[in-house]
Design a protein around this ligand. Structure first.
Ligand code: GRF
Length: 197
């Protein structure tokens, strides 16, 4: 069973999906610590409700220390609104997984987070959007892609409505991706991630 560390900044619905996945055993892992860079993040409450250690920490060096102290094998960025440092990326090469609410490489990178992503999709007139789970490298939303799933953009969608449908897909593919990682089913070769099902 792998030790998981989750980094958050907000409401933590993706964190909740990972908590539920570990508790119902679809994920063969245990969340050892939840770290938020925002003290008011509701995700910290979610962790407390499930007796999971929760810490508010902004300093990247301290975050790395906390992850090591808790013997974390896999780091999940679940609504974490900071670009992680090259130091963290190299400490956990291909062991940091991020969820992004669009079909990377579209509508991602600097400035594309939360509802801004969905507003960008609507303003552009895209017909399909979705969610992406990927390994984290030194760039913003640029690491090797593990899973993607599409969501249709409806004519009368606003960013909030579209965001709700995308969020459901995020929860689904994030937990599936973590589950596969914990079962050692993912192999990274350059930019490609092979799933050994
Ligand atoms: C989600 O859309 C996630 O993709 C983005 O932040 C939003 C909120 O996530 N990174 P959560 O509810 O805090 O998990």
């Amino acid at each position: 069973m792998l030790n998981i560390g989750v980094l958050i900044s907000g409401g933590g619905t993706n964190l909740q999906a990972v908590i539920d996945g570990c508790e119902n055993k679809t994920i063969n892992g245990e969340i050892k610590v939840v770290i938020s860079n925002k003290a008011e993040a509701y995700g910290l409450e979610r962790a407390k409700k499930h007796n999971i250690k929760s810490v508010c920490e902004k300093e990247e060096e301290k975050i790395i220390e906390i992850l090591k102290e808790n013997k974390v094998d896999l780091v999940i960025l679940a609504g974490y609104l900071k670009i992680v440092s090259p130091r963290l990326v190299s400490e956990y090469r291909n062991k940091i997984i991020n969820i992004h609410p669009s079909l990377i490489p579209a509508f991602c990178g600097k400035g594309y987070y939360g509802e801004k992503v969905h507003q960008g999709v609507i303003d552009y007139g895209a017909k399909v959007t979705g969610a992406t789970v990927h390994f984290v490298d030194e760039g913003a939303d640029t690491g090797p892609i593990i899973m993607q799933k599409t969501v249709e953009v409806k004519q009368n969608d606003d960013a909030k409505e579209l965001g709700k449908r995308v969020l459901k897909v995020e929860h689904e593919i994030l937990t599936k991706s973590i589950s596969m990682f914990c079962e050692n089913k993912l192999t990274v070769s350059g930019r490609r991630v092979y799933i050994n099902d």
